[in-house]
Design a protein around this ligand. Structure first.
Ligand code: ADP
Ligand code: MG
Length: 349
């Protein structure tokens, strides 16, 4: 696979304050990547830099082997062949759906524009909606029109800035999967930014977790969850708690609930204070175990129940049990810690 887009060590600033620094990434043709991070971490700024609306003060942006932005040069947005979909749809209210979708098509006959618009409306599941006005459509339908408008000029890359955050949660999940199918079906390269990890997991082949203008880890959803590179990613992705302990062998950590041996070796000196990441799925119900914890809270999730359990030491942990393990608040349950894919970081107070 060839790298279609490459960002090399880019920096963006507002006034004198950096909003994005030392950011590098490359996007292969046909892949869909996500930038995931909390509000204010610089996601929109990166998209605006790629689209050509934000200057870069360091580094380079390379599209199809050509430098399109550097501190001394910038290809104007309309020459980049990049499509963009915004959170607030930004449809033109006085134009029909068909007119909205064909808005970005230049130099074509009226009939050619209409044909392309109708084709692309079919792709996004809105065949026959061309004569309606945006206010006659639901939020999800409006967002599909916005997607169709961005796809119509046949861009090399499509950028999506939190495109589903105004939609309710069911629709959000359905539409994220649908958008993935559409982009993959059209072979279009996509970059989506979001603060919602479920959305990122549903759409992204690869995800870059961002924090304060930098990428903290580039990885697959599976690795971000099971093998976070640092504490920020461990905290931000999924749920879990840190259990303090002491490294007594490269692969073994002594904790308040006993020694836990994993499948990786740490090179820190023996006796180092560490924090072991325990995910809710690392804690299993086990009636043969001598480790007893008390149910403090429970949240029914359908197939599973998320329990907050209190250990004999008073520390609270989260555990996800299959939902037929139905316990009441105050019950004592026997548990086993099963965390072979051990993840630990140097202890922090
Ligand atoms: P995100 O999209 O991840 O929420 P943004 O890229 O919008 O983050 O913003 C990154 C940082 O830059 C934030 O601290 C934000 O306040 C600041 N910022 C964004 N746009 C502007 C602007 N036009 N002028 C000044 N500061 C801005
Ligand atoms: Mg934003």
């Amino acid at each position: 696979m060839t790298s279609l887009l490459e960002l090399k060590d880019i920096e963006c600033r507002y006034e004198d304050r950096p909003a994005v620094s030392g950011l590098s990434m490359h996007v292969n043709e046909g892949s869909i990547i996500c930038l995931l991070g909390p509000s204010g971490c610089g996601k929109t700024t990166v998209l605006r830099a790629i689209a050509g609306f934000e200057p870069i003060y360091n580094g380079q942006i390379i599209l199809g082997g050509k430098v399109i932005a550097s501190p001394t040069s910038s290809l104007p947005p309309h020459k980049r062949n990049i499509g963009m979909v915004f959170q607030d749809y930004a449809l033109f209210p006085h134009m029909t759906v068909c007119q909205n979708v064909s808005f970005g098509l230049r130099g074509l006959s009226r009939l050619a524009m209409k044909t392309i618009a109708e084709d692309i409306l079919g792709v996004v599941g809105l065949a026959g909606f061309g004569d309606r006005y945006p206010h006659e459509l639901s939020g999800g339908q409006q967002q599909r029109v916005a997607l169709a408008r961005a796809l119509a000029p046949n861009p090399d890359i499509i950028l999506l800035d939190e495109p589903f955050s105004n939609l309710d949660i069911d629709l959000r999940e359905r539409l994220s999967l649908e958008v993935r199918t559409i982009l993959k079906g059209q072979g279009i390269t996509g970059i989506l930014v979001t603060h919602d990890q479920n959305e990122a997991f549903a759409i992204g082949d690869q995800i870059g977790v961002m924090y304060e203008g930098r990428i903290m880890q580039w990885d697959t959803p599976y690795n971000l969850y099971h093998d976070p590179a640092n504490r920020f990613v461990a905290d931000f992705i999924g749920q879990g708690v840190f259990l303090p302990g002491e490294l007594i062998a490269p692969d073994t950590i002594k904790t308040e609930v006993g020694s836990i041996t994993g499948d990786r070796a740490y090179e820190w000196p023996q006796g180092s204070k560490v924090d072991l990441l325990l995910r809710p799925d690392d804690i299993l119900p086990d009636s043969d175990s001598h480790l007893i914890a008390r149910v403090i809270n429970k949240a029914f999730k359908g197939a599973e129940i998320m329990y907050t359990l209190q250990l004999p030491t008073g520390r609270r942990i989260l555990s996800m049990f299959p939902s037929h393990h139905d316990h009441n608040l105050g019950d004592d349950v026997a548990i086993r810690i099963d965390a072979p894919h051990m993840v630990a970081f140097p202890h922090e107070a």
